[in-house]
Design a binder for this molecule. Structure first.
Ligand code: UDP
Ligand code: MG
Length: 327
């Protein structure tokens, strides 16, 4: 088993998008938690994802007060997956904690995560036993999504697990090598493998403000997850197409026989219209699904970076200057 140093540098990474009311509180809670763990050097890496509400000023204020607070700021809103990627790219600690800014991920769980990390686990993730205030539809859709992912993909993705987790440096280095733009981090955490440990926690409600994830944004994320981990939806259409073609063939034989035996009075208009509409619908759906994959190919083929950094606090080394990093 791996032996981990008793004194560890822990980088807590927080993506922030319009979190002016919550981020300072989170910082103070984190300081409180880490004061009780003397064997750890703590630093906070906040990634400002193009906030428009003064979050960046608050972050620079915290940086002036405490140099352990480091700030990366995007040139616009690139989304949480991109913010997490930047955190993974720039985090310098022996282990890295990823968490939300809004207080829904309890910092009090970090000591337990560190304990399991010291025991040799590389990815200690937190599963929520209660999802806080959340709509029925959102809950059902997310259950459906996890069910689909677990049946259709090779990677084992636990349900009710968010991005809140502690990763060993080695996992972070592996994640840096995965540069896909249409990113679904939760899937990639599973994909890279390593020794995992699950903890559970009760998810609180957001401290201030409201969730930035509308049903539409979540649907897009789910689509990114599905298309980047499985081609099953494409294969399903091959199957459906085959079944329909076989059915059509049987139908054809039946009608030819019927015409030969009892003649051919003109009838069956309704049947005809239903069949045409049904097949038309199915074809459009399958072209749409094909389109989803092609759109992803297209955006990956452009090789654009996942995010653009506008400014950063001077203590963060630029990517080019880092030593001992694979990326
Ligand atoms: N977030 C982000 N960019 C976005 C949307 C959200 O960096 O475009 C951050 C947000 O500041 C928070 C975390 O992602 O720290 C989770 O967001 P939120 O609480 O809105 O999502 P939910 O808890 O509903 O999943
Ligand atoms: Mg939240």
């Amino acid at each position: 088993m791996k032996v981990r140093s008793t004194v560890a540098k822990v980088t807590v990474c927080v993506p922030c998008f319009n979190e002016v009311d919550t981020i300072a509180l989170l910082y103070r809670t984190l300081v409180g938690v880490f004061n009780d763990i003397p064997s750890c050097d703590f630093e906070l890496l906040a990634v400002d994802d193009g906030s428009t509400d003064g979050t960046l000023d608050v972050l620079y204020g915290l940086n002036a007060e405490d140099s352990r607070v480091q700030v990366l700021s995007f040139s616009r809103n690139f989304g949480k997956e991109a913010a997490l990627m930047a955190a993974i790219d720039y985090a310098g600690g022996d282990c890295v904690v990823l968490m939300d800014a809004d207080g829904q991920d309890p910092p009090e769980l970090i000591p337990q995560m560190l304990h399991w990390w010291r025991e040799g686990y590389d990815d200690v993730y937190a599963r929520r036993t209660d999802r806080g205030r959340e709509g029925w539809l959102r809950r059902q859709l997310s259950l459906l999504f996890y069910d689909f992912m677990s049946k259709m993909t090779d990677v084992d993705m636990p349900s009710d697990v968010g991005d809140f987790r502690l990763l060993d440096r080695q996992v972070v280095l592996s994640l840096r090598e995965l540069r896909e733009v249409e990113r679904y981090n939760k899937g990639l955490f599973s994909w890279v493998g390593y020794k995992k440990k699950e903890l559970t926690f009760e998810r609180a409600n957001r401290r201030e403000g409201k969730s930035h994830f509308t049903l539409w944004k979540l649907a897009n994320l789910a689509m990114a997850g599905i298309t980047s981990f499985t081609a099953a939806p494409l294969r399903i259409w091959t199957l459906i197409g085959g079944v329909i073609a076989m059915g059509a063939f049987c139908f054809l034989i039946f009608y030819i026989a019927k015409t030969l035996i009892i003649g051919d009075p003109v009838q069956g208009f309704t049947t005809l219209v239903s069949i045409i509409l049904f097949l038309g619908g199915i074809q459009l759906l399958s072209v749409g699904i094909l389109g989803e994959y092609i759109a992803r190919l297209y955006s990956e083929s452009k090789h654009r970076p996942m995010y653009v950094i506008k400014e950063q606090t001077s203590t963060i080394p630029s990517r080019e200057n880092r030593v001992n990093d694979k990326y």
